[in-house]
Structures are given as structure tokens and as C-alpha cells.
Design a protein around this ligand. Structure first.
Ligand code: TMP
Length: 215
């Protein structure tokens, strides 16, 4: 059984922690699972990620940023995601094309048509079966993300966290708009403890898998 499940949300919304917990849970139930992320997931896309997130790259222009996300995605899909799906794996992906719509479209205000075209080229027809949107107030997410970066000394991953509050509000609004348009979305309230959010994730994914497994 192969499913492509993506996880989206603003900075600090807790996606990555929840993906690891879900991966363990699904593996314990006998599923074959791959957890991966964008940008990244394979060496070429990881090299692109380093350019995209390096806080020293302030001069990177929005169109170049858009193209780099698309390039990383094209590589990741062909090298990692499609082969895993073909082998009957459940692929859990930390961000996908919706992040481009939310960040480059909503946040950077790039033309929606241009972003849509680039997403179509990069994704080459691959659509998630299910997308969990981790939603919380922007101020709370940003304070969590900054705390995490300090604790983990992730100084090179801060380019987006330096953006003003307004940018992240636009990202959140774009995500919520997408969730209202696409039936594959489920909004997960990501306020509360890790355990509380994990219980919400389990409920959503169980409901999806039960439905998906029906003949
Ligand atoms: P992460 O912090 O969840 O690993 O994501 C990396 C950053 O890249 C995050 O700030 C969101 C941003 N991003 C985009 O702007 N566009 C995209 O298409 C993707 C996948 C991520």
C-alpha cells in the first residue's frame, strides 16, 4: 500500500517532531514508511537546501528562490519519492508544492500563475493523497522556531525566520486558503503539547488509512 502524505505549516508549527512520531507508529503497525523533506531528501536537493536557507544569502531574488525550490523538488521526486511509492511505501514528506504556493506565492507575493506553472513542472503530476496543515498563531510558531534554532545552533537555517511577522501571516493565510479549496487537506490544531498534537495527527491519519484501505 503506497500513499503520499505531506505535512505543511508555518515555521515552528511542530511538523518535524510529529512526522517522526507518526513514522514510528506506522512502522510498529507493519507499514513500510519513508520520512523525507523538502527542500532536501537527497544529496542534490540537500545542496540546494543549503543555498536556500543560508541566512547569508540575503540577495537571493524571489524568482531565483522559486526556481531553486522547483529544481530541488524535481530531483527529490524522481530520485526518492516516486521509487518509494512504486515499492509500496507510505511516504511522509515534510513540505511539498503547497509550501511554494504559501511561501513564494503568499509570502513573497510572486504571481500565482507563475507559481502554479512552476509547481506543475516540478511535481510532474504527483499530488499528495493527504495533506496535514499544522496551524497555529504566527507569533507562537515563530517563538518556538527561534528557540529551536538557538538550542540546535541552526544558524544557517534562519533565512525565512528573519522575515517580518507580516510575511508569515501571509504564508499562514495562503495555507488556510489552500486548505479551503482542496479536499485532500486536514487542518491540525498544533497548539498544545506534543502528545496532544500527536493524538490529533493519529486520528486524522487513521481515518484516512481506514477509508483508503477499503476495497
Ligand atoms: P523547514 O524549516 O520546514 O525545513 O522548511 C524550510 C524552509 O523553506 C521553510 O522556511 C519554508 C521554506 N520553503 C519555501 O519557502 N518554499 C518551498 O517550496 C518549501 C518546500 C519550503
Amino acid at each position: 500500500m503506497s500513499f503520499f502524505i505531506t505535512f505543511e505549516g508555518i515555521e515552528g508549527s511542530g511538523k518535524s517532531t510529529q512526522i517522526q512520531a507518526l513514522r514510528q507508529q506506522l512502522e510498529a503497525r507493519g507499514h513500510r514508511v519513508l520520512a523525507t523533506r523538502e527542500p532536501g531528501g537527497c544529496p542534490i536537493a540537500d545542496a540546494i537546501r543549503a543555498i536556500l536557507l543560508d541566512s547569508a544569502n540575503r540577495v537571493l531574488v524571489p524568482r531565483a528562490e522559486l526556481l531553486l525550490y522547483a529544481a530541488a523538488r524535481a530531483q527529490h521526486i524522481e530520485e526518492v519519492v516516486r521509487p518509494a511509492l512504486a515499492a509500496g511505501t507510505i511516504v511522509l514528506c515534510d513540505r511539498f508544492a503547497d509550501a511554494t504556493t504559501a511561501y513564494q506565492g503568499g509570502g513573497r507575493r510572486l504571481d500565482a500563475g507563475l507559481v502554479g506553472e512552476l509547481n506543475a513542472i516540478a511535481s510532474s503530476g504527483l499530488l499528495p493523497d493527504l495533506t496535514l496543515l499544522f496551524d497555529m498563531p504566527v507569533a507562537l510558531g515563530l517563538s518556538r522556531a527561534r528557540q529551536r534554532n538557538q538550542q540546535e545552533m541552526l544558524h544557517d537555517e534562519g533565512r525565512f525566520e528573519m522575515e517580518e511577522l507580516d510575511f508569515h501571516e501571509r504564508v499562514r493565510a495562503a495555507y488556510l486558503a489552500l486548505a479551503g479549496q482542496e479536499s485532500r487537506f486536514r487542518i491540525v490544531d498544533s497548539t498544545g503539547s506534543v502528545e496532544q498534537v500527536a493524538a490529533r495527527v493519529t486520528a486524522v491519519v487513521d481515518a484516512f488509512l481506514t477509508r483508503g484501505e477499503q476495497p
